[in-house]
Unconditional design. Structure first.
Length: 132
C-alpha cells in the first residue's frame, strides 16, 4: 500500500493542519526575505545557495529576536521560548507536508476499483527491490 503499508490517519491530518499553518507562517517571513536578498545581491548562480543559507540563518535570527521582543510585552520572560517554538513548528510543517501528500495518495488509492488496485500491486511487485 501507500506509505510502506502504514496507514495515514485523517484525524492526524485534520488536527495537524493548524500547526502546519502556524509553522508555515512563522517561517515565511525569514525565508521570503532571504530569497529576495539573494535575488537582489547575487549575480552568479554558483553563489546563490551559500548566500541564501547564510542570509536565511541571519534573517531567522533577526525574525526570532523581533518576535521575542514583541511577544515580551505580553508574555514577559516566556517570550524567550517563542523562537524555539517557531523552529519546532517549522520542522513540523515540513514533515506534515510529506504526511499530507502520503495521505492524499492513500485516499486516491482507496477510491480505485479492486481490479485497478490489484493491477497496481502487480506492477509494484514487478519492480526491482531497490526501487520499490
Amino acid at each position: 500500500g501507500v506509505a510502506g503499508g502504514r496507514p495515514r490517519s485523517t484525524a492526524v491530518v485534520l488536527l495537524g493542519a493548524p500547526f502546519w499553518v502556524l509553522g508555515t507562517l512563522g517561517g515565511s517571513v525569514p525565508h521570503g526575505a532571504a530569497c529576495r536578498l539573494r535575488d537582489k545581491f547575487v549575480p552568479f548562480p554558483e553563489f546563490s545557495v551559500s548566500f541564501a543559507m547564510v542570509m536565511g540563518f541571519a534573517m531567522w535570527l533577526v525574525w526570532g529576536i523581533l518576535v521575542a521582543g514583541i511577544a515580551a510585552i505580553g508574555l514577559g520572560w516566556w517570550a524567550l521560548v517563542l523562537p524555539a517554538v517557531l523552529v519546532a513548528l517549522q520542522i513540523y510543517a515540513y514533515h506534515y507536508r510529506d504526511y499530507y501528500r502520503e495521505w492524499q495518495a492513500q485516499q486516491k488509492y482507496r477510491r480505485l476499483s479492486d481490479k485497478d488496485q490489484r493491477h497496481l500491486q502487480t506492477l509494484r511487485a514487478a519492480l526491482p527491490l531497490d526501487v520499490a
